[in-house]
Design a binder for this molecule. Structure first.
Ligand code: PLP
Length: 419
């Protein structure tokens, strides 16, 4: 660190002390304060369990927000990455990358995506999807279509395009002007959707479960209406599977529950078991819309990331993890309904596979802290919804333990409210 920075930090600490008391190391952090962080430092993980730097062990029911789908440090992935580390780490996309080709073939074999583009995150995958949809209409069809219709309470990322696509105002504050060409309508309002469609509409983009927006499942009847409109108006369908993909909902991709085939869908989070990676998959007829030089990523699909993707998919296939997510998801939802169903603070338990929300009758942030004190990690999805995202190897016993802790802390929460 440069000397002047050290001095500036020292000054900050001094000022902090003068303003009344203890100065946390946070005051002197070199990081942007973009995250409201829990005061826990997780240093080790194994399966469903994580340890902090004080040696406390936690049952992990948030999985790095649907990233550690195979649990912490899964052997089958770890060993393959170690082998790859001994070979070569990074190769530019100016060269052949056989691991990337294999990862793409595997992903394509799991569903309706024929052509794959690799990036490093969910936002980048969605950015690629938006670019592909526009370019297909403009370059292949010769139509000046560019508008993307999205839905309220959606979440698509933090780049300028994807935050504009996101149906939540809080992510847009202070970032004006936003890029043109995005329209957001109320979910399940077919008239609003019809009114939003026009000659400039390039694509409709949605999540099958609006996860950040509160674990809201899409209504199959609404999806069927979208199917009709899409065909009628030549609009592409983009499904954001960043949080729901890779087996979490009980199928490889959540749209497979509904018998639809999107033109484009996106993946990230669980795709590489924690090695940063994202992917955009599209139908064959969209392949030619991206020619050499039209889109790129330095790191996307490098040998380490691609190896993580291959090993993740192969482990999931060997261990039938999508099926397991469906089975364990039913078990978790049933247990939660049994234990919490009649509770006055609990409004609804809902989910698909192992993405589960408990909607409550008030803010749940305190419950997250209580969970941590009781060594259970989970997060929220909006102010009133508890979000549970255990890994796909989670056992019935671990689910029982988590449900017991949750029902105890919810009961205590209710008691303290009454007192
Ligand atoms: N799309 C969805 C549905 C998400 O849940 C997220 C992240 O939470 C994103 C996109 C953005 O992903 P990333 O943070 O990897 O850019």
């Amino acid at each position: 660190m440069a000397n002047s920075n050290v001095q500036a930090q020292g000054q900050l600490q001094k000022e902090g002390k003068e303003q009344g008391g203890s100065v946390s190391s946070r005051t002197a952090s070199a990081l942007f304060p973009t995250y409201g962080r829990f005061p826990i430092s997780l240093v080790k993980g194994e399966g469903s369990w994580a340890w902090d730097d004080q040696g406390n062990r936690y049952l992990d029911f948030y999985s790095g927000i649907a990233v550690n789908n195979l649990g912490h440090a899964p052997e089958k992935v770890k060993n393959r990455i170690k082998e790859q580390l001994d070979q070569i780490w990074h190769v530019s996309n100016l060269f052949e990358i056989p691991q990337q080709e294999q990862a793409a073939q595997l992903l394509a074999s799991l569903g309706c995506g024929d052509a794959v583009f690799f990036g490093n995150s969910g936002a980048e995958a969605n950015e690629a999807a938006i670019k592909l949809a526009r370019r297909y209409h403009q370059k292949i069809k010769g139509e000046q279509r560019y508008e993307i219709i999205t839905f309220k309470q959606s979440f698509h990322g933090r780049t300028l395009a994807t935050l504009t696509a996101t149906g939540q105002d809080k992510v847009k504050e202070g970032f004006l002007p936003l890029p043109e060409g995005f329209v957001t309508v109320e979910m399940h309002d077919i008239e609003a959707l019809k009114a939003a469609i026009g000659p400039k509409t390039a694509a409709i983009m949605l999540e099958m479960v609006r996860a950040e927006g509160g674990i809201h499942l899409v209504d199959p009847a609404f999806l069927q209406e979208i199917e009709t409109l899409r065909k009628e108006h030549g609009i592409l369908l983009i499904v954001d599977e960043v949080q729901t993909g890779m087996g979490r909902t009980g199928k490889w991709f959540a749209h497979q529950h509904y018998g639809i085939e999107p033109d484009i869908f996106t993946l990230a989070k669980g795709i590489g078991s924690g090695i940063p990676a994202g992917a955009m998959l599209a139908k064959e007829y969209l392949r030619e819309a991206f020619s050499a030089g039209s889109h790129a990523s330095t790191f996307g699909g490098n040998p380490i990331a691609s190896t993580a993707i291959i090993a993740t998919i192969e482990a999931m296939q060997e261990d039938h993890l999508p099926e397991r997510a469906a089975e364990m998801g039913d078990y978790l939802i049933n247990r939660l309904q049994e234990k919490l169903g009649g509770h006055p603070f609990v409004r609804e338990v809902r989910g698909k596979g192992l993405i589960v929300g408990i909607e409550c009758d008030g803010p749940v942030a305190d419950l997250v802290t209580e969970g941590q004190k009781n060594r259970l990690l989970f997060i929220t999805a909006g102010p009133n919804v508890i979000r549970l995202l255990p890994n796909l190897y989670v056992t019935q016993d671990e689910i029982d333990q988590a449900v017991d802790i949750l029902s105890q802390i919810i009961a205590r929460h209710e008691q303290t409210k009454e007192e």
